[in-house]
Design a protein around this ligand. Structure first.
Ligand SMILES: Cc1cc2nc3c(=O)[nH]c(=O)nc-3n(C[C@H](O)[C@H](O)[C@H](O)COP(=O)(O)O)c2cc1C
Length: 326
């Protein structure tokens, strides 16, 4: 039985990933199953300056499925302005990034740096909630480092400040993406607050997703890296945890078609040259379990032309049809 998660279609979320969860990626993942989608993070200073690149990231008006748009920054007034702008650009709801570990972001007292300043974090949430009728959620980590684990206190602050739900990634800022995610801290957060909690970190199989729900009692799950090169994964999780359906293997032809669809949508969105360049990382992810992947990647890296890129993808994945793929 599907657990209800506010007014979303499912309790399964594609994680916000800068440089990844752009329009072509969201469109592809949405076409493969029932899932909620996040944007890449949107810098509030840049959107308020009407930076065209940032506008493009935040503009989800043409997307037929709901998109949670994530904001990053540290000035409560600018958050309030940015909230209005992204609402006009079609956001279904808003998320505030209080978990990003990247130096450039924390150096600006944003992202996970806000876990060290609860009073500012609270002001930001309150101002954003006041500025928009949309739901406002917060995504944060276990804490800044092992000496300052404060996810439970932070979650309570988010709830008191008006957040509709929270997402907890079970790593500290100091861990970055290394080590393992601590699911027990997610359980503690769930136990401490009444608003819904999404658990995040290290879900790489549908069974992990179910295990996280059982161990932590979270209302929803969020997956990032597990979806790279596997746009079916989120829909498979939805089907497994809510309908008890186990996933069927994906064939090389299906991988090829998904990769080509993504490349073509990137061409429309970014132009040929940039699309081919961005597609290199996807080629690595899509071929990760296939034979001869190293040689294919080396060849593909030297390709700059769209027609040659398509031909290389066609040739490689067609040759794979006889392989075993998990
Ligand atoms: C390339 C990359 C970019 C990311 N960008 C963001 C971001 O913009 N905002 C955010 O809140 N988290 C970001 N994250 C963190 C993910 O949303 C997620 O919390 C993290 O990857 C842990 O989940 P996973 O183990 O399922 O990957 C990023 C992660 C990766 C790998």
């Amino acid at each position: 039985m599907q657990k209800k998660f506010l007014d979303f279609d499912t309790n399964v979320f594609l994680a916000p990933m800068a440089g990844i969860t752009d329009y072509p990626m969201r469109k592809l993942v949405a076409s493969k199953g029932t899932v909620n989608l996040y944007s890449e993070m949107v810098a509030i200073n840049a959107i308020n300056r009407k930076n065209p690149k940032t506008y493009k990231i935040a503009d989800v008006r043409n997307e037929p499925y709901p998109v949670v748009v994530q904001l990053v920054g540290n000035d409560p007034d600018l958050f309030s302005e940015a909230a209005k702008l992204v609402a006009d650009l079609g956001a279904y709801s808003l998320d505030i990034n209080m978990g990003c570990p990247v130096k450039k972001i924390v150096g600006n007292n944003s992202g996970s740096a806000l876990m060290k300043d609860l009073s500012l974090a609270s002001k930001i949430i309150e101002k954003t909630v006041k500025a928009t009728p949309l739901k406002v959620s917060v995504k944060f980590r276990k804490g800044w480092d092992n000496n300052s684990i404060n996810a439970v206190e932070f979650a309570k602050m988010c709830e008191e400040s008006g957040a509709s739900y929270v997402t907890v990634h079970g790593r500290t800022r100091a861990q970055g993406y290394s080590g393992t995610a601590d699911w027990d801290i997610i359980r503690q957060v769930k136990e401490a607050i009444k608003i819904p909690v999404i658990g995040n970190g290290d879900i790489t199989t549908v069974y992990d997703a179910k295990k996280m729900i059982e161990q932590t009692n979270v209302d929803g799950v969020m997956v990032g890296r597990g979806a790279l090169g596997n746009p079916w994964f989120l829909g498979q999780i939805h089907n497994y945890i809510n309908n008890n359906q186990t996933p069927t293997p994906i064939s090389p032809t299906e991988l090829k078609e998904a990769l080509i669809q993504q490349l073509n949508d990137m061409v429309s969105f970014y132009g040929d040259k940039m699309a081919v360049s961005i597609s290199r990382k996807y080629v690595c992810w899509y071929s990760k379990n296939l034979r001869d992947a190293k040689r294919f990647r080396e060849t593909y890296t030297k390709i700059y032309d769209y027609d040659l890129a398509i031909k290389a993808i066609e040739d490689y994945f067609t040759k794979q049809e006889e392989g075993i793929f998990l």
